[in-house]
Write a protein that binds this ligand. Structure first.
Ligand code: CP
Length: 324
């Protein structure tokens, strides 16, 4: 049984194999017919209990480019609203002959539970669980960094050793930040988190990264800066930072972007809240890779599906979630 639950489960060699395979998959997108027969006859269900635009659609595009049969399940409008459990939902879907489950869930640990409960035999891929992990997002971010900072061909077989990455914003609620810190550390990058003290999780001092409260002093020293959305939907309204105060200290505008080294890129996992963590000027600039990250997400998800279901599989194992 093979799953992808957490970026922390990937060794350096696993991660580089996925990035290299994604480069091969990206070449399929450049062809007139953007399809491979690899997963013909295999069925993948996209099991989404939380909203998504990028992850859901790019998994679907990846599955279709690999010729899998695709079932899309959204908790909204399903029998989940009548009280059906995750176990019964998953077993109902598996009864229809599912080989892999791509799951997004609001509860940290739900994909781990699905993979380890014995409820189903299908491979499980985590598409984001609560504040815990979003491993394919971290992989597509690393893929984007490697292409931009090392090179598309020069990057093959390479990691991100010595690259300086700054991640800014609501780390407390961010599975993207947690996954990126885990994967970037494995790939040899130096990560600095910049956030208000109230938006850092308990235990942050054990994460393999530096912490700063001063964005302006970190920008001149980084190769990539990744802006995070303030996740109001996971906050008590009493703790909302005001937009003006937050963007003044932690937002990226044109003046701040000018402090970056010339080669440095601006990243955002999306969805962006323009005017809060990033201005429209920065979001629409040539240095912002947000749209490129989305395109790269299809190649990464093709690579993960191929390696788990169809090809030379990496030793992807899984650990118990430690997230909040
Ligand atoms: N980055 C990301 O996970 O976006 P979605 O929530 O739209 O999938």
């Amino acid at each position: 049984q093979r799953h992808l639950i957490s970026a922390a489960d990937l060794t350096r060699d696993d991660a580089v194999l996925i990035l290299d395979t994604a480069e091969e998959m990206a070449r399929v997108a450049d062809r007139p017919i953007k399809k491979l027969p690899t997963l013909r006859g295999r069925t993948v269900v996209n099991l989404f209990f939380e909203d998504s635009t990028r992850t859901r659609i790019s998994f679907e595009a990846a599955e279709k480019r690999l010729s899998a049969d695709v079932i899309n399940f959204s908790a909204k409008g399903s029998s989940v609203s009548k009280g059906e459990s995750l176990k019964d939902t998953a077993q109902t879907l598996e009864a229809m002959g599912v080989d892999a489950v791509v799951i997004r869930h609001g509860a940290s640990g739900a994909p781990y539970r699905l993979a380890n409960s014995g409820w189903i035999d299908a491979a499980v891929i985590n598409a984001g669980d609560g504040t815990h992990q979003h491993p394919t997002q971290a992989l597509l971010d690393a893929f984007t960094m490697r292409r931009r900072l090392v090179g598309r061909d020069a990057g093959l077989g390479q990691d991100l050793a010595g690259k300086r990455i700054t991640i800014v914003g609501d780390v407390l609620h961010s599975r993207v930040a947690r996954s990126n810190v885990d994967l970037l550390h494995t790939l040899g990058a130096e990560v600095t988190l910049v956030a208000p003290p109230t938006l850092l999780p308990v235990g942050i001092e054990t994460w393999p990264c530096e912490i700063s409260y001063d964005l302006d002093s970190t920008l001149p020293k980084c190769d990539a800066v990744m802006m995070l959305r303030v996740q109001r939907e996971r906050m008590n309204a009493a703790f909302f930072p005001t937009e003006r105060e937050y963007s003044r200290r932690y937002g990226l505008d044109g003046d701040r972007m000018a402090k970056l080294p010339e080669h440095a890129i601006v990243m955002h996992p999306g969805p962006m809240v323009r005017g809060m963590e990033i201005t429209a000027e920065v979001a629409d600039s040539d240095r912002c890779t947000a749209v490129e990250q989305v395109a790269n997400g299809v190649s990464i998800r093709m690579a993960v599906l191929y390696l788990l279901l169809g090809g030379n599989e990496p030793a992807v194992t899984h650990t118990r979630p430690t997230g909040s």
